[in-house]
Design a protein around this ligand. Sequence first.
Ligand SMILES: N[C@@H](CCC(=O)N[C@@H](CS)C(=O)NCC(=O)O)C(=O)O
Length: 223
Amino acid sequence: MPPTITAFEHSPDEGQGQARDMRVRWAFEEVGQPYEVRLVSFAAMKAPAHLRLHPFGQIPTYEDGGLALFESGAIVLHIALDRPGLLPNDADGRARALTWMFCALNTVEPPIVEREAAEYTEADRPWYDARLPILDDRIRARLAPVSARLGDGEWLDGAFSAGDLMMVSVLLRLRPTGILAEFPSLAAYVARGEARPAYQRAFEAQLAVYQASQAAAMPDPAG
Ligand SMILES: N[C@@H](CCC(=O)N[C@@H](CS)C(=O)NCC(=O)O)C(=O)O
């Protein structure tokens, strides 16, 4: 049996690939590991069966035999350690790739998520218009050093690695804001990630879920 991950039954971003199952799907595709997906509703995510897999009632989760994991970073790392393709063979290169993974998750993603949360929950509050530029500047303060470190390189540290997979996955979330476009080398870096055949396969798979849910919701023309 291949590993099984969970993903949203109804994609809140309408198949744009912003949900965190996308980075796990991409990792599977990069290393050539077949996988299965169990779709969960928002109600099912908060029910006891799913909470046993994920203490916060979220996606993605990962199950393989007796092993159950949550946290997209831990899952991608597990996949990268399990099969070749996402981590360099030399110990130092491997450690640097892990550093970029943690950088993406611990340093770059938090201000991006904070901005998204403000959009969802504070857009109608009187302070929102003043707060948004502050949140945007916090993101810019993270992007500028990553852009400087990338320089004119293709990837962050030599060959494409799990560090790039995670950084691209995190930066992608910014596209609707326009902030990514302010950093042309990062925008090009993200585009290189998206152009990878493994990314494309993962994207199509998650898009197919959204398209199927739309088709199921369409009224039956015969009825
Ligand atoms: N740090 C976690 C975050 C997981 C997360 O926020 N998942 C979102 C989807 S991308 C979710 O399940 N949201 C629904 C909810 O929190 O109720 C990870 O990287 O896996």
